[in-house]
Design a protein around this ligand. Structure first.
Ligand code: GRF
Length: 192
């Protein structure tokens, strides 16, 4: 059984897909806690409804990223976490968390990495005129969207696509890919 912490910043649709997979037994994992760096994140409501402990620390209240991460680590230490799952978490991790959970943090990004790193990946794909895009689950390290790629899913890009239609198509692929990858990781991740 994989013990996971989920980090979000917004609506939490990937969190929802992961939770659904846990509830129907497709993902052998336990969601120990959810952290949002934004107090009003919509996804927190889902955590509340499902009685999942919330680590509610606002990153904007800290002087530095290091201070924020140190505070967050203290809360995370209360849980026996095997894997931290970034799901629409909009902060770049830089310090203590990366050291404490090295090789145990994953993210999903809405492009076929290494293409279109950073913000607005779907818009970048449209502007580049590619005929195919998708999403990538990867390990998180000190580089921006540059950690080891675990798995990707492709979707077509149509001439008629807008940022909204492409984002929706990629998001659907994300919801399918992320729980599947997590389930595979649960089998291979070494015990802590
Ligand atoms: C997703 O597109 C994910 O790839 C990106 O941020 C978005 C989050 O969506 N990192 P949600 O909060 O999971 O709905």
């Amino acid at each position: 059984m994989l013990n996971i912490a989920i980090f979000i910043s917004g609506r939490g649709s990937n969190f929802s897909a992961i939770l659904d997979a846990v509830l129907i037994g497709n993902l052998k994992a336990c969601i120990l806690c959810v952290h949002s760096n934004k107090p009003g994140a919509a996804g927190l409501e889902l955590a509340r409804r499902n009685n999942i402990p919330i680590i509610d620390i606002c990153s904007a209240n800290f002087e530095s990223v290091m201070d924020y991460e140190r505070a967050l680590c203290k809360h995370l230490a209360l849980f026996p976490i095997d894997l931290i799952v970034l799901a629409g978490y909009m902060r770049v991790l830089r310090g203590p968390i990366l050291d404490l959970y090295a090789g145990r943090i994953v993210n999903i990004h809405p492009s076929l990495l290494p293409a279109f790193k950073g913000l607005n990946a779907q818009r970048q794909a449209l502007e580049a005129g590619v005929s195919e895009s998708g999403c990538t689950v990867h390990f998180v390290d000190k580089t921006l969207d540059g950690g080891q790629i675990i798995k990707q899913a492709k979707v077509p890009v149509y001439d008629t696509d807008t940022e909204a239609t492409l984002s929706a198509r990629i998001l659907e692929a994300e919801h399918e890919l992320y729980p599947r990858v997590l389930n595979n990781l649960s089998r291979v991740l070494p015990e802590r």
